[in-house]
Write a protein that binds this ligand. Structure first.
Ligand code: HEC
Length: 165
């Protein structure tokens, strides 16, 4: 009798565990799903989409290296600009934007070497957008500056979605 009650309680505990385990399994099932949905929103690729369909620029090894090293500088500059904005330092944010993300002869040459009209257009548009961003920052308007920064960064996203080295 005593034993029976114990067994019963044990079974109840076990099934409680089971419910919890099923719940956790279900939760685990959903975590990657939401992660994937998010990823899809940003890159248009799902975690299972392992084929890179972007247009290759067929750059020479030397040009690849120059492109990527310039790109890494663009990323650093973007981070610097965000930091300066966070300090309300519009003047320096504007200056960094103009000198690092604006018209850039080195990057122009690299884009030219790919002989791809669309890349060239996108690259020029990105630089022009950075010049606009620099001007916007001169107004000391945070909201407008952030909106313009988002717009300029849209070119980073757009170009990376379309092309690979
Ligand atoms: C006109 C095209 C274009 C624009 C605009 C552009 N990029 Fe790129 N970027 C590329 C290409 C092409 C690659 C090589 C991608 C690949 O092969 O996967 C690249 C690669 C990169 C990389 C990887 C570098 C490495 O070492 O692997 C970073 C970081 C990067 N870009 C940052 C930026 C940022 C930040 C911006 C905007 C401020 C930007 N890019 C705008 C074309 C562009």
């Amino acid at each position: 009798m005593h034993n029976g009650t114990q067994n019963c309680a044990y079974t109840a505990l076990q099934s409680g565990d089971m419910v919890m385990r099923n719940f956790l399994l279900l939760a685990l099932f959903f975590i990657p799903a939401t992660g994937m949905a998010e990823e899809q929103g940003i890159t248009g690729l799902t975690a299972h989409d392992i084929v890179d369909n972007r247009t290759t620029l067929n750059l020479s090894e030397r040009m690849k290296h120059r492109l990527l090293s310039n790109m890494r500088e663009q990323l650093v500059a973007t981070r610097t600009i965000i930091g300066l904005l966070a300090q309300d330092n519009f003047a320096r944010a504007s200056n960094t934007t103009r000198t690092k993300l604006g018209k850039n002869e080195e990057l122009k040459k690299i884009y030219d070497s790919a002989n791809n009209e669309e890349l060239n257009k996108m690259g020029m548009a990105a630089m022009t957008s950075a010049e606009d961003l620099a001007k916007t920052m001169e107004t000391n308007d945070m909201k407008k500056s952030l909106q313009a920064l988002r717009k300029t960064m849209g070119y980073c996203v757009q170009c990376h979605k379309k092309f690979r080295q």
